[in-house]
Design a protein around this ligand. Structure first.
Ligand code: 5GP
Ligand code: MG
Length: 461
């Protein structure tokens, strides 16, 4: 996962990137960076940590020029070291290139072997660096054919924002796994992972970049071209963006994320009602929207049974398991007075490793809850994701090791029910255009055997 953004032709380009990264912070809390260009020189600021802690007025003022790209990092490939912070910078034939990547390439092993045999030396362990090497190796015709030829060699997921000199380029892989949106601030173009970035900087949402599309933005004009599709005729947008990852105030994949989550909750209530419960509550914050949908559809009242501490970040960000457990406990605290003696429906957006649910249920029991009926707004996650969501290995997924009954026992609930795959898809617009391989193992392309192993070796959890 990652958040990416690019701006062309705006005198406050770096400021806009900074604010946009603020809005995209949820897509990666590990590191962030901004690169700008003033027509002559490249300026870069990259550091580990949150956007708000990493930049101030002085560092943003240092980023001169009216072209800029930015990135917030959540590593799935490549280690967390400083050299892996994006945007990745290079110079090719006197032209500066800055690249920000969201997604995960699946043919990196093949590509790196090929590139290293051809003399490439890598500076980082990021799959994103390969894109720059491919560009360097590709015959340099006009910008369009140059980009097309290089991007055609990639497999897996990528939404990309590039600066090549004063040209801002946006690209989305032919399956369209990750989102990428186009907006305008007066007559300046902006590209960002999600539209919540546009709202913050006063940009007007124009449209989404299409799967397989490349846009070239120069001097206030935009040109679009498409990668040859080959056998990739279907779209495979990541359904998990809608379930968990994207911000609810964003509009991605032609829908509003908040509304999708509420519809998931309503569908869950239809499939798995609970008779005579006292109320519905969410595991906050991410479960809140599905819980609201569940409550409205079932007619049960909604209570906020747990308070989230807003001063800590997302629980997956910490790599060590013991820290993850600790952070879950700090993060959410139950309100004993409303919970004691009650029969409740608890709605969660997803169960991945089971850490959050198990520890929250334990707290709810301590608070005196009598019956817990746990409802999950997506099906059991049984298969790893090779396209950028942070569950690359099967052995971490509780649903791939345990049956639903065993999971219910593990998290200690009275009943556990998941939304069905067909129910989940029934509430999505253009449901045939989503990747749901993490639920059913049907990957949209043949994933190289070694992709999973490679991800793990590269320091991925
Ligand atoms: P678990 O505790 O079962 O491992 O994870 C489920 C919880 O983590 C849910 O509350 C869900 O909202 C959240 N979650 C699901 N997927 C991800 C992810 O990829 N990253 C982060 N940070 N949290 C996730
Ligand atoms: Mg959550």
């Amino acid at each position: 996962m990652c958040g990416i953004v690019g701006v062309s032709n705006h005198r406050d380009a770096a400021k806009i990137i900074f604010l946009s990264l603020y809005a995209l912070q949820h897509r990666g809390e590990e590191a962030c960076g901004i690169v700008s260009y003033d027509g002559k020189k490249i300026y870069a600021e990259k550091t580990t940590g949150l956007v708000a802690d990493s930049f101030d007025e002085r560092s943003v003022a240092h980023l001169k020029g009216s072209f800029a790209v930015g990135h917030t990092r959540y590593s799935t490939t490549g280690s967390s070291s400083a050299k892996n912070i994006q945007p990745f910078l290079a110079t090719h034939k006197g032209r500066p290139i800055a690249i920000a990547h969201n997604g995960n390439l699946t043919n990196t092993e093949f590509l790196s072997e090929q590139l290293e045999d051809g003399g490439s030396i890598f500076q980082t362990t990021m799959d994103s660096e390969m894109i720059v090497h491919l560009l360097a190796k590709t015959k340099n015709g006009d910008l369009k054919s140059w980009m097309t030829e290089a991007l055609c060699q990639l497999k897996g997921s990528y939404s990309l924002v590039f600066l090549v000199g004063d040209v801002l380029i946006g690209a989305r892989d032919p399956f369209g796994f990750r989102p990428l949106c186009l907006g305008m601030i007066n007559d300046a173009y902006i590209l960002a992972s999600e539209t919540c970035a546009f709202d913050l900087v006063g940009a007007r949402f124009v449209r989404e970049i299409e799967p397989g599309e490349i846009v070239f933005i120069k001097s206030g004009r935009i040109e679009s071209s498409f990668l040859p599709l080959g056998n990739k005729k279907c779209k495979a947008q990541c359904v998990f963006e809608n379930i968990y990852f994207a911000r609810p105030d964003s509009h991605i994949f032609h829908d509003n994320v908040y509304s999708v989550r509420k519809r998931l909750g309503a569908q869950l209530a239809k499939e798995h009602p609970v008779k005579k419960a006292d109320f519905v509550m969410a595991i906050p914050d991410s479960g809140s929207y599905a819980a609201l949908g569940y409550a409205q559809a079932s007619g049960l009242p909604l209570e906020i049974g747990m308070i989230r501490n807003h001063y800590i970040g997302r629980t997956f960000i910490q790599p060590a398991q013991f820290l993850r457990d600790f952070r879950v406990r700090v993060k959410l605290n139950p309100i004993r007075d409303i919970l004691k003696g009650k029969k409740i429906v608890v709605v969660e957006d997803s169960i991945v490793r089971g850490t959050t649910s198990r520890s929250r249920v334990e707290e709810l029991r301590k608070a005196g809850v009598k019956e817990i009926h746990f409802r999950v707004s997506c099906p059991p996650i049984r298969f790893p994701c090779f396209y950028g969501i942070d569950f690359p290995s099967k052995k971490e997924l509780v649903a791939s090791k345990k049956s639903i009954k065993e999971t219910a026992r593990f998290i200690q609930v009275d009943s556990l029910k998941y939304l069905s795959l067909s129910g989940m898809l029934s509430v999505m617009k253009n449901s045939q255009q989503f990747c749901h391989a993490c639920f059913d193992g049907h990957y949209p392309e043949v994933v190289p055997q070694k992709a999973g192993k490679y991800l793990l070796e590269k320091g991925c959890k």
